[in-house]
Design a protein around this ligand. Structure first.
Ligand SMILES: Cc1ncc(COP(=O)(O)O)c(C=O)c1O
Length: 451
């Protein structure tokens, strides 16, 4: 700082419980002025605010970290990039370049993926696969993971019509320790429904059962749940081999690894409690040790890890619009973006940092977005230094589920930039404008051209 320090008036802060704990950190204690060596001020200058910024370096580092953890414990395992987590072309391209297959859950995502990878590298999940989507998937040679009996029958009808014999998997759900069952997806294991589905595929003689799939939840921190999931899928593969002569080619354990964010309900910061990739891989390997397929080629193990790979690569830069004093004494800060861009604010206690040097006493603060809606809260209850209109903040670890779940409610979606590993900066999605929205709208003739 040059010259005389600015006068800082004393601040009276009403003591409140629940803001700090002796184990946690005080958020906002340090500024974050650069991302991968690129000045945040320069990024905003170039692309405007609010702005999502993705770090290719972090994306690649996380991907490699997971691949290395798998290589040691589950050699030959492959990753499939979960498009719903972040389907921007630039992100998907990095994932595919790093060796990931594509995992999609809708026809729109299927179309997106088929532009980037060959059909056999696409896994088609989800409970809603209309006939046209199945036809497209079968023609492309994608792996279709069946969700329910009606879909199975529909898939058979499509395959018969196309005169093809596609390789499919069945999605399975099961009871697991410490997590709620995601029983609306796939066939139930305990009741024998999954085995029935396998028998039904065999009896139909139209589809080939080539894989098993389960996705047990998201942000799952319980290692034992993965151990058991792997054990149960291995058990099912054993029964299929022994009693039905079906040797599956792949076992897909889905996604769900937690990122280093903290849920609202979580006491400790994410980086202190989230298992490492090595721990997840170890738990899965222990469960898969139950595979008993003597003489057969071991099935390929697939993972559809989403948020744990991309969350840390994404940041959201926002600008302070105004400060106000709330009746309970807290400071309210209005930012230029909120839950419209940051859907995950409903789930996570996001890490938010000032993007410039600051002085002054941190005080209890609520960060609001710009929406005229009471739920538009980016962070409730954090200790934050004084910010002036025009100052910037960075919300960290926002790479997952935001640029797919963001909304256009009363405003447009922000631009998205990426910083390459070499430090180059590029736009990967343009800021929307009124024209983006109006391009989709029509005025029927009977409404006329006037007011
Ligand atoms: C079938 C499937 N696979 C993979 C994922 C990615 O999950 P996550 O981002 O929790 O790793 C999801 C998301 O819920 C999913 O539904």
């Amino acid at each position: 700082m040059t010259g005389k320090p600015a006068y800082e008036p004393p601040v009276l802060i009403r003591h409140q419980t629940g803001l700090m704990n002796k184990l946690g950190r005080i958020a906002g204690a340090r500024p974050l002025t650069e991302i991968d060596g690129v000045s945040i001020a320069a990024l905003v200058e170039r692309f405007g605010s609010p702005l999502f910024v993705f770090s290719e370096r972090t994306l690649v580092a996380r991907h490699r970290e997971l691949r290395e953890a798998l290589a040691v414990r589950l050699p030959g395992a492959r990753l499939a990039w979960s498009y719903k987590t972040n389907s921007l072309d630039a992100i998907c391209r990095v994932m595919h370049r790093e060796g990931s297959l594509a995992e999609v859950v809708s026809e729109s995502e299927l179309d997106r993926a088929l532009r980037l990878v060959p059909g056999p590298e696409v896994i088609f999940n989800g409970p809603f696969k209309p006939e046209g989507a199945l036809e497209k998937a079968f023609r492309a040679g994608a792996r279709v993971h069946l969700d329910h009996f009606d879909e199975l029958a529909r898939a058979e009808a499509v395959a018969r019509r196309l005169a093809v014999r596609p390789r499919v998997a069945i999605r399975v759900h099961m009871a697991l320790p410490g997590i709620p069952p995601w029983s609306r997806f796939g066939f139930n294991l305990e009741s024998g429904q999954a085995l029935d589905a396998a028998r039904r595929i065999g009896a139909g003689g139209v589809l080939q059962l080539a894989g098993l799939h389960a996705h047990i939840g998201t942000f799952v921190q319980e290692l034992d749940a993965y151990r058991q999931e792997a054990r149960q899928l291995a058990g099912l593969a054993n029964v299929l081999a022994r009693e039905h002569g079906v040797l599956v080619d792949w076992i897909d354990l889905g996604g769900g690894f937690a990122s280093r964010n903290a849920l609202h309900s979580q006491y400790l910061p994410g980086e202190q409690v989230t298992p490492s990739f090595a721990q997840y891989a170890e738990a899965i390997a222990e469960g898969l040790a139950a595979l008993d397929l003597p003489g057969a080629r071991a099935p390929t193990i697939l993972l559809e890890t989403g948020r744990a790979l991309v969350d840390e690569a994404g940041s959201l830069v926002a600008t302070v619009h105004a400060n106000k004093r709330l009746p309970d004494g807290r400071r309210g800060v209005i930012l230029d973006t909120g839950v419209n861009s940051l859907f995950t604010a409903f789930w996570y206690r996001h890490d938010v940092l000032p993007a410039q040097e600051f002085s002054g006493t941190p005080e209890p603060t609520v960060l609001y977005g710009p929406l005229c809606m009471a739920i538009d809260v980016v962070r409730d209850q954090l200790l934050f230094p004084p910010l002036a209109p025009g100052d910037r903040v960075v919300v960290r670890n926002v790479g997952a589920y935001n640029v797919t779940q963001w909304m256009q409610f009363i405003t447009d979606r922000p631009a998205v930039a990426m910083i390459s590993r070499a430090g180059e900066v590029g736009l990967i999605r343009r800021r929307e404008s009124l024209d983006t929205l109006l391009a989709q709208e029509e005025i029927p003739g009977w409404l006329g051209a006037g007011r």
